[in-house]
Design a protein around this ligand. Structure first.
Ligand code: PLP
Length: 435
């Protein structure tokens, strides 16, 4: 399969190039040159297959020419080693839990798959692959734990000092091995500019084999399609055939993967894009004008994105046909106080603790159901475990959060982090000093 740039349909690169470049030089995003159609018989019988079997078939349809079957099998067995259960809450509503991986967020699907793909594609390469990533929290944890112990790779994470949650900080700073973290005395944007500057520095590029674990990497998008098929498989075995997915959205990678699954043949009645007050896409679907705005800080901070980078991929999937998009996607926006009330309501009604991102997806699902009564199931995606955001919950709900093993093992570990000012020269010399 070859990949084109959303800014230049004539450009074609190999999968390997798309993975290691992350971004084409024209600042577009890579997309597969064609969307493969899965065998309808396979889709109608999805309930017979495990997550790993489904992931293999879906991945093979995209990457079958690039990676031999046995290798692809091994990559998927290793990367997709946790479940994504669909849990019914009432007769019409279920939650798809995507937080059972090592960093307790759905980003584990993308990060684990990408790390193994990168190690695999590095093949005979002698030099170590240096992965740089700037994070405001969730991405860094998923990337760190995704690459932890992956041979031939080492990861440098930059995060803004004092601006990540305690669990996130432990995930970023207690790994050792091939992971190191830098606490930057600045903002997330400062971290991102340092990383960008590193990629533009010719001297560094000569000395190190640099790559980015950015969320727009195509190797992160592909594995996110797997759990939509797997969710549908679980619904089929519960006797449900019609489904609406509600997806808490920030950069629109998660819902973009769902829409890709749809274009590959997965029958989905509708997708709901659920956002916080960073509502560029809901406004676009309403007005037809794409008008990004600077991001606003909210309780669901992993979705604080004013100009969602994956939106261009979705536009391409729909041939820029806004009317066509509106037939498949609805969008709803909620502010922080609505999010807090939703957390309380979900708890009162189901005894379920939802993280703020998840609560927004539930609210949107609920609103849609009320506006469109019918016999379908709404499945809202739970993108992170609530223990990652302890400050959001009132004490009686916080007390009900069951701390997972992944977090228990972090407690008491030694934090190892380098503190740096926003200074490229200091960052560069640190990169070159890696033992
Ligand atoms: C990253 C993230 C999101 C947003 O996902 P996108 O793919 O950027 O739309 C939602 N919830 C959580 C918990 C996240 O970490």
């Amino acid at each position: 399969m070859q990949f084109y740039s959303t800014n230049n349909n004539g450009l074609r690169v190999s999968f390997k190039e798309a993975v290691f470049n992350s971004l084409p030089a024209d600042r577009g995003l890579y997309m597969p040159e064609r969307i493969p159609q899965l065998d309808p018989y396979f889709i109608q019988n999805l309930q017979q297959y495990s997550l790993q079997e489904i992931a293999f078939t879906v991945a093979k349809s995209l990457l079958g020419e690039d990676i031999p079957e046995a290798d692809l099998h091994a990559i998927i067995r290793d990367a997709m080693d946790f479940e994504a259960p669909v849990k019914p809450l009432d007769s019409g509503t279920a939650v798809l839990e995507l937080f059972h991986g090592p960093s307790l967020a759905f980003k584990d699907f993308g990060a684990r798959f990408m790390s193994r793909i990168m190690a695999y594609l590095s093949g005979e390469e002698k030099s170590v692959l240096d992965v740089l990533v700037a994070t405001s929290g969730d991405t860094g944890g998923a990337v760190a734990l995704g690459f932890l112990g992956v041979l031939g790779t080492r990861v440098t994470i930059l995060y803004p000092k004092g601006k990540v949650s305690p669990v996130q900080e432990l995930q970023l700073t207690t790994n050792g091995q091939n992971i190191r973290s830098i606490e930057v005395d600045g903002t997330f944007d400062d971290c991102q500019s340092l990383v960008k500057e590193a990629f533009n520095d010719e001297d560094l590029r000569k000395k190190l084999r640099l790559t980015s674990a950015n969320s727009i990497n195509i190797a992160r998008l592909i594995p996110q399609t797997f759990y939509y098929f797997n969710a549908y498989a679980q619904l089929l075995s519960q006797g449900i055939k019609e489904v609406v997915f509600s997806v808490p959205s920030g950069n629109f990678g998660n819902i973009g993967a769902g829409l890709m699954a749809y274009k590959m043949g997965l029958p989905v009645k509708r997708f709901i894009a659920a956002t916080n007050v960073n509502d560029t896409v809901p406004r676009f679907l309403e007005s037809g004008n794409y008008e990004p705005r600077p991001s606003v800080q909210t309780l669901a901070n992993a979705m604080d994105v004013g100009n969602p980078s994956n939106w261009v991929r979705i536009m391409d999937l729909f041939d820029h046909d806004v009317a066509g998009l509106r037939k498949v996607i609805s969008a709803y926006t909620y502010n922080d106080s609505e999010t807090q009330i939703a957390i309380q309501t979900i708890f009162n009604r189901y005894g379920y603790v939802a993280c703020p991102h998840t609560a927004i997806a539930w609210l949107a699902a609920e609103t849609y159901r009320q506006q469109h009564p019918g016999a379908y199931a709404t499945v809202f995606l739970s993108t992170a475990h609530p223990c990652k955001f302890p400050e959001v919950f009132p004490p009686e709900i916080a007390a009900k959060i069951i701390i997972p093993e992944q977090v228990k093992t972090l407690k008491g570990r030694r934090k190892e982090v380098m503190e740096l000012p926003v200074d490229f020269a200091a960052f560069k010399s640190h990169l070159l000093k890696y033992p």
